[in-house]
Design a protein around this ligand. Structure first.
Ligand code: ADP
Ligand code: MG
Length: 693
């Protein structure tokens, strides 16, 4: 149950005065639904109203605050003409200008003969000094009561600064003083104030310098967010560790058979990873390990060896992949090798129904099948394993922490291996996985050819189409990836549809299309035709088939490459260059290209090292935007920016460990404060993993 003290912050944003349905809709565009979300929306700039001057001295173009005596009102003739109000001080006179004016309102705000303070941007028209729509109008007392320096927030259509600032102000008024979760000595050394005071400070910058991520208030808020993240991960991990593990020790007989059935040798990296995994599985603890490796580095085989290790020890193993297509692909790699080893594999996806499914379930339940490969379907109710010793998750970042944990329930002390192709920099690894052990595949199988990467503007599409024509005339296959216009594939595959129409008009039936809205069976048909049949150009959106292995593919085209995360582009590029022939990756961009976008694309041309790409991306953009967030599986931070707060991540990690060691159930005063923190940052799922809720 959420601590009551937080309730005011978890009410809908519409509960704030000034936030009606229309404003609420605009707020949603910037990710604000609840009152708390406004707190996380930190200012990006300031408006300085401290420049107080006289009419004669006023510098045009600046925001100025001037004390004036109100003179005559001059309503405009007709609708087009502005309403003007004369205002003067001892040095001269100026006009306050209003369009679409409401005369009664202006008469009330600016009564003739009275002294008022106005603040806004000054302009000079010929000899006349003007202030169009002053931002502020009031008596000297009223203005003195307002802040001379106002925060500026990121806005969106339909949301004015005034309205947003008011909403944020309302949210801040509701922010309670919360019990302190930070270590008092550390907080003092950092010159930190309480959470609430830090929040007020971050929203009330006194100057430009106060916007710096290195200011104490911003660092404190970043720390809080990172602490919530690390604490949640520690809780999850501890919970998994606490369940008794078991020692799974294979004797090597199946591994040997498969090794000799392979047409190539494992890379040194693969061997290394396999021995790390085997050692970990052999320990009494439960394994929770990450296998990181670039696309094409050969993770599937490493997973297979880990699974064989479980089978040698008399247990079963399962491999979960995010899509049907990837399941089929893993099956195609693993099945023949499993056959060589003399063990049975079953596949299980949401599409397997009826007898086939029944047979698979029976084989898993009685242990006849040693290996299972499937989608989420594997871990749903009704699926029972005889004895699941190892679960491998090929996540491609589409499973959440929660789903990873569901595995835990399917076996007794089941070891878990998570595979990821995203070259997450070490600094970020911690945010997504906590201190999970990791094995890295750092080398590619021998014989891989470097991929020629080119960057070109969309306006040279015609040349590209000629290159495609040449490619396919040599029986090579071409991937053509289009961006999603909306976040979700379900919603918007329009760009891909359109490109498909265009290419099909040129190349006819040699063009295929796959995206999220196309029926699974049709998708499979097209993929199969692309892999082995007469489809030579595959137009696709990203989310769907990134894991596919098509050795004949030698050309990868990515449209609007500037909209993709670098890591994602790197992964897409890894789809070609798997066979004998030389491969090319063409990154098409829409113009104009920003400086940063240009620098980012340049990195891809310069290096093929996924980890370096990820580090550079982090440096150029900051973690928040890294990897195209949504698909990346990395948590999105609202106040922490790992480009600046990496040290705090380390601290948060150490602190969360220490606190859990001291008070594993978070029962003490500080523990209770930490529970509040978890709720505050929406990490309350983790609270469930506390032994006694
Ligand atoms: P990943 O999942 O890491 O992207 P895969 O496991 O799909 O990579 O492997 C990519 C391709 O490389 C597959 O065709 C696989 O058979 C092949 N492969 C894997 N290991 C080796 C190796 N040691 N030598 C040669 N080819 C390999
Ligand atoms: Mg793979």
């Amino acid at each position: 149950m959420r601590p009551e003290i937080l309730n005011p912050l978890f009410a809908a944003a519409t509960s704030l005065s000034g936030v009606g349905p229309r404003v609420a809709e605009a707020l949603e565009q910037i990710g604000v639904r609840r009152v708390a979300d406004l707190l996380w929306h930190l200012p990006t700039g300031i408006i300085d109203r401290r420049y107080a001057t006289t009419i004669a001295d006023a510098e045009p173009g600046r925001i100025a605050t001037i004390t004036v005596t109100i003179g005559r009102h001059k309503p405009g003739y007709g609708r087009r003409q502005p309403y003007k109000v004369v205002a003067s001080d001892p040095t001269g006179s100026m006009s306050l200008v209003f369009f679409n004016a409401r005369p009664d309102y202006l008469n009330k705000m600016l009564p003739e003969g009275q002294v008022r303070v106005v603040s806004g941007r000054l302009e000079r028209f010929g000899k006349e000094t003007q202030m169009v729509h002053p931002d502020r109008i009031g008596t000297a007392d009223e203005i003195a009561g307002l802040r001379a320096i106002e925060p500026v927030y990121r806005l969106t259509e339909g949301l004015s600064l005034k309205v947003l600032a008011k909403a944020v102000g309302g949210a801040l008024n509701r922010a309670p003083e919360l019990p302190e979760w930070a270590d008092p000595a550390f907080a003092a050394a950092q010159v930190w104030t309480s959470w609430r005071i830090s929040l007020l400070a971050a929203h009330g910058p006194g100057d430009e310098a106060a916007l710096d991520p290195a200011t104490p208030s911003r660092r404190r808020l970043a720390y809080d967010e990172l602490l919530a993240n690390q604490l949640a991960l520690s809780l999850v991990r501890r919970q998994m560790r606490q369940r008794k593990g078991r020692a799974v020790r294979g004797d090597g007989r199946l591994k040997d058979r498969v090794r000799s059935a392979l047409p190539f040798r494992l890379t040194a990296s693969q061997d290394q990873a396999i021995s790390e995994i085997v050692a970990d599985m052999g320990a009494e603890n439960r394994m929770l390990r990450l296998l990181q490796g670039d696309v094409g580095s050969g993770k599937t085989l490493v997973a297979l060896f880990a699974m064989l290790n479980a089978v040698e020890a008399g247990a079963q193993a399962a491999l979960m992949a995010p899509t049907d297509v990837l399941v089929r692909q893993h099956l195609a790699t693993i099945e023949p090798l499993a056959k060589a080893a003399g063990i049975e594999v079953v596949a299980l996806t949401g599409r397997d129904k009826g007898q086939k499914r029944e047979a698979a379930l029976a084989a898993l339940a009685d242990g006849t099948a040693s290996l299972a490969i499937g989608t989420h379907a594997l871990f749903q109710e009704g699926v029972a394993f005889h004895d699941l010793g190892l679960a491998v998750i090929d996540e491609q970042h589409r499973f959440g922490v929660h789903e990873r944990l569901m595995l835990a329930g399917k076996g007794k002390g089941t070891d878990v291996l998570v595979m990821t192709a995203t070259p997450i920099p070490r600094s970020l690894l911690l945010t997504a996985y906590g201190d999970m052990d990791a094995s890295r595949l750092t080398e590619k199988p021998a014989g891989r050819k470097p991929i020629d990467t080119r960057v070109m503007p969309l306006k040279r599409l015609d040349e590209l189409i000629e290159a495609v024509r040449r490619s396919i005339s040599t029986r090579a296959k071409v991937f053509w990836v289009c961006p999603l216009i909306e976040e979700s594939e379900e919603v918007d595959a329009a760009a891909a549809e359109e490109r498909y129409q265009h290419l099909a008009a040129i190349f006819g039936e040699r063009v295929g299309l796959v995206h999220g809205r196309i029926k699974a069976a049709e998708r499979d048909r097209v993929m199969a035709a692309f892999k082995d049949g007469n489809v030579d150009i595959l137009v696709a959106t990203t989310v769907i088939e990134v894991g596919v292995d098509v050795p004949d593919a030698t050309l990868m085209v990515v449209e609007h490459a500037e909209r993709f995360g670098l890591a994602q582009l790197h992964q897409l590029r890894g789809r070609v260059g798997r066979g004998e022939a030389n491969s090319t990756c063409v990154l098409i961009y829409g113009e104009p290209l920003t400086q940063t976008a240009r620098a980012r694309l340049k990195i891809l041309r310069e290096t093929d090292d996924g980890f370096r790409i990820a580090e550079e991306d982090l440096r150029l953009r900051g973690a928040g935007e890294l990897l195209g967030t949504r698909q990346s599986g990395l948590p999105e931070f609202r106040m922490a920016d790992l480009a600046h707060h990496a040290d705090l991540l380390q601290t948060a990690r150490a602190d969360s460990k220490l606190m859990l060691d001291r008070d594993p159930e978070l029962k003490g005063a500080r523990g209770q404060a930490l529970r509040v923190l978890l709720y505050l940052f929406d990490r309350d799922v983790a609270v469930r993993y506390l032994a006694s809720g």
